[in-house]
Design a protein around this ligand. Structure first.
Ligand code: HEC
Length: 451
């Protein structure tokens, strides 16, 4: 999409680090919010259905409280859902610029679907209340009490509101599922450079195993988190939410503890399965250390749930909430590690482009001094090279010996790189002019000799 490409400016490597932090931040807001939105809506729809069959007042009250809780003001949906997703669209557009990957576009679709879904969810909430008001009014106007017309109107609006209510709940739920699925699948694709060629269309995102696993992981995580959040809201020490009816309190406690335990126990299983489809080039030590920490914390929280369910008390609820928050942070950090590791080459390319852009700008403004070999090296090469260790490209100390005394050969290579070592991707053309290539080669060979 053109306007996404136009939003992109060449970024220095420092800016790209900032952009990655921005992505982490939007992720940390978005994922927990959407999880709790999804979990509460699913529980609310479930208990509404149940109460319609059984007429159980407790089920109905819980269904209504759930949706009131997650939609208690409109700002929340903007601040934690829509704005963070919008920032990841632009963040990814920058970081994946020129890669040809359509992830920003997929995320934009996910955002639009989310907005429509939120609209339906709020309609579901308002019609819940309206329906009750209509029903109440219907009961209190006896036939013949007032004019016939009003009674008929009331009956027809009661029915229409009921239909709108049912439909908006269902539509909101289905659209939320679609939005989340697309989001998870796109983020997985962004971190899987091996699939960038083959999976880069909407079908590639939809029909991919990582997307399915990310989705299952989201669902179990959403139920676990929603249960914890509900327990925290109702039962933490000094909670402001008072439950006047003891029976209602006992019901919520039992339901959330049991569901929380099942979801928390299921989560590590899906988590481990989804690790096995991780692309190899996204793995690193940091990644594994965070994975192990997440697994330990998950077992710990399943244990806490179990203890509370067994003793039918909620005394560990605060501890459990903090552990869950920590797990979410670590999951986000782990995904970011994977994304950073697998997109190293992409990042290096962009920061080289930045070097070129900067030089061009200075030339245009007439403030460019004759560029020295050292400047070219610092602007164009260090993103991928160092003398003593491999970064994206091999260490110079390993590759330069064969060029000693063969300056021309190296100049030729840099002006037109060919594939050499099968362990590395081919070096992209650096777009240097012949004098620039000579200057940087001069710099490399003399610096290398000095060391
Ligand atoms: C985007 C990353 C990237 C940038 C930027 C980059 N290189 Fe490379 N370079 C590579 C890769 C990858 C290889 C390994 C290519 C291969 O073996 O086929 C490589 C290989 C080399 C080699 C070794 C060639 C050989 O014979 O084995 C030299 C020398 C080199 N680059 C110099 C430079 C210089 C000078 C610059 C800056 C003007 C530069 N590179 C910028 C990625 C990069």
């Amino acid at each position: 999409m053109d306007f996404l490409d136009q939003s992109v400016l060449p970024q220095s490597s420092h800016h790209m680090v900032l952009l990655r932090y921005l992505l982490v931040l939007s992720y940390v807001l978005f994922v927990p919010y959407v999880s709790v939105l999804f979990g509460s809506l699913a529980y609310s729809l479930y208990f509404k259905k149940k109460s319609e069959k059984s007429g159980d007042a407790i089920h109905k009250k819980f269904s209504k409280d759930l949706i009131d809780f997650i939609t208690y003001n409109k700002g929340i949906a903007f601040a934690l859902g829509i704005i963070p997703l919008l920032s990841s669209v632009f963040g990814y557009a920058q970081l994946l610029n020129k890669s040809g990957l359509n992830v920003p576009e997929f995320l934009l679709i996910s955002l639009i679907v989310l907005i429509v879904s939120v609209f339906f969810i709020y309609t579901y909430k308002y019609t819940f209340h309206l329906k009750d008001i209509f029903n109440f009014a219907g009961k209190n106007t006896k036939a013949g009490d007032s004019e016939q017309d009003i009674n008929e109107d009331l009956a027809s609006y009661t029915e229409k509101t009921g239909t709108l209510h049912r439909k908006s709940g269902q539509y909101g739920f289905i659209l939320l599922l679609i939005s989340v699925y697309l989001y998870g699948g796109s983020v997985e694709l962004a971190a899987d450079t091996a699939r960038w060629e083959s999976g880069n269309d909407i079908l590639g995102v939809i029909f991919s195993i990582p997307a399915v696993l990310a989705f299952l992981q989201f669902i179990s995580g959403a139920f676990a988190l929603t249960s914890v959040v509900l327990l925290y809201i109702y039962f933490r020490p000094n909670s402001e939410v008072k439950i006047y009816d003891e029976k209602y309190g006992a019901f919520i406690k039992k339901f959330t503890l049991r569901n929380g335990l099942v979801a928390t126990a299921l989560f590590p299983v899906i988590f481990v399965i989804s690790l096995s489809v991780r692309p190899i080039n996204s793995l690193s030590y940091e990644f594994f250390i965070t994975v192990i920490a997440v697994l330990i914390l998950l077992l710990f929280s399943a244990g806490l749930f179990y203890l509370m369910l067994k003793e039918v008390n909620v005394k560990h609820v605060s501890a459990l909430t903090y552990v869950m928050l920590l797990i979410i942070m670590l999951m986000v950090i782990k995904d970011q590690f994977a994304f950073n590791t697998s997109t190293k080459f992409q990042t290096a390319l962009l920061s080289r482009d930045y070097g070129m852009h900067e030089q061009k700008m200075m030339e245009e403004m007439g403030i460019s001094a004759p560029v020295s070999g050292a400047d070219i090296y610092n602007g164009r090469c260090i993103a991928c090279h160092s003398f003593d260790r491999k970064i994206v490209g091999p260490a110079y100390n390993q590759t330069l010996p064969k060029y000693e005394g063969k300056k021309e050969l190296l100049v030729k290579y840099i002006l037109n790189p060919v594939k050499i070592n099968p362990e590395y991707p081919a070096m992209p053309n650096q777009g240097l002019k012949p004098q620039e290539a000579e200057a940087v080669v001069e710099y490399l060979l003399t610096t290398y000799k000095k060391k």
